[in-house]
Design a binder for this molecule. Structure first.
Ligand code: PMP
Length: 401
């Protein structure tokens, strides 16, 4: 007998399940384009040179392992807020931000949405782009935050559906919450242009919506960390009090170290201090205080001029390798004589490409070519290398013609 006999088997995680299947495959041509983790051109996990140097600095400093404050290392939270909002941000000058260290981007989302659920005084309903990262729906379900979808991706153009998005946002009840991917939208790789962001900002302000930004890829879209934060900074300049989730999983390659941050822009320093007191109570009851190591690495890099410049080069190198692989993949499919347009492979940005492949084509690509990807046709371009790109292109050409 068991206390838990009534429990049903839950579905495996859609993305992490792919890695399991990939591991079991013994074909030498196999490629894992499922999980969003950067790989070098040999398909190996990449440790950024700036991170390696920071590790040495930390090792030599022989630090102790005392608890971090509930809200995290204050030098870390100051540095990451500056990275997101910019050196001369009014929000930081006024100290109207409440920024806490979190368990990477997912932890920031969960904490931020829990906070909204408990303390937001307007319409507790969040609007997600269609499509969005699967975990957004799951977190909302877990905490009973109702979610709805606004149009985002246009399958006809494989691009951003600005008219659809604007029309849908205009119908969102006043005071609701809207989730926005700050850059390198996952899964589509499609971002609004700056002009389109301006239009969205205006409508969102008009509708008095709370903009909740998920920024998991700062630097990964264009290779430029300031450029990738432009949408968030524009919203702040336009007077929005944004919520922002940050992750250093991708842009510093710190996946398993769980370094992230949550910022609530509160309008005044007084509101920020009160908000902070409540966020801290929430953290204290969930995990008491955050882990040290990842935050120490991030802080060391961001506050040391030499390491910071090295890191900016490291990010650029990763972003550029992805851009090159997009070009090679597109050329490979087109030069095989494929009749469809593959322009979107190079138009889209960031780690992911929404190929437009149908579920049955995805299945064939996996079965016949040992190329693993999510059912929605999303590939992680970070898993494409000079060595496997021809095989992947040949596979995509075959299953789509
Ligand atoms: N948001 C989005 C859109 C993501 O793609 C990811 C990473 N897959 C995350 C948040 C959070 O990742 P992590 O918790 O590893 O920082």
């Amino acid at each position: 007998s068991t206390w838990w006999g009534h429990i049903q088997m839950g579905p495996p995680d859609a993305i992490l399940g792919i890695t399991e299947a990939f591991k079991k495959d013994t074909d030498p041509k196999k490629a894992n384009l499922g999980v969003g983790a950067y790989r070098d051109d040999d398909g190996k996990p990449y440790i950024l040179p700036s991170v390696r140097k920071a590790e040495q600095i930390l090792f030599n400093a022989a630090l102790n392992h005392e608890y971090a404050p509930i809200s995290g290392d204050p030098e870390y939270t100051a540095a990451v807020a500056k990275l997101a909002f910019g050196e001369n941000s009014k929000v930081l000058e006024e100290k109207s931000n409440c920024t806490v260290q979190t368990l990477s981007g997912t932890g920031a989302l969960r904490l931020g949405l829990e906070f909204v659920m408990k303390h937001y005084a307007k319409n507790k309903e969040i609007w997600l782009p269609n499509p969005t990262w699967g975990n957004h729906h799951q977190i909302c379900n877990m905490i009973n935050l109702p979610f709805k979808k606004y149009r985002y991706f246009d399958p006809k153009t494989n691009g951003f559906d600005i008219e659809g998005a604007k029309a849908d946002i205009c119908k969102i009840p006043e005071g609701s919450i809207i989730l926005l991917h700050a850059c390198a939208h996952n899964p589509t790789g499609v971002d609004p242009s700056m002009d389109q962001w301006r239009q969205l900002s205006e409508i969102i302000q008009f509708k008095k919506l709370l903009p909740f930004f998920d920024m998991a890829y700062q630097g990964f879209a264009t290779g430029n960390v300031d450029g990738d934060a432009a949408a968030v900074r524009l919203f702040v300049e336009d007077g929005h009090q944004v919520v922002l989730c940050q992750s250093f999983a991708k842009n510093m390659g710190l996946y398993g170290e769980r370094a992230g941050a949550l910022t609530l822009c509160c309008g005044t320093a007084e509101a920020a201090a009160k908000t902070m007191s409540q966020v801290k109570i929430m953290i204290r009851t969930m995990y008491s205080n955050p882990p040290l190591y990842g935050a120490r690495l991030v802080k060391t890099i961001l506050t040391n001029d030499e390491l910071r410049s090295q890191w900016l080069c490291d990010v650029k190198l990763m972003a550029n390798r992805i851009i090159t692989m997009r070009q090679k993949l597109r050329e490979g499919i087109e030069s095989a004589g494929n009749k469809h347009s593959w322009r979107h492979i190079t138009d889209q940005i960031g780690m992911f490409c929404y190929t437009g492949l149908k579920p049955e084509q995805v299945e064939r690509l996996t079965k016949e070519f040992h190329v693993y990807l999510t059912k929605d046709g999303r590939i992680s371009v970070a898993g494409v290398t000079s060595k496997n790109v021809a095989h992947i292109a040949a596979g995509i050409h075959k299953v789509s013609s």
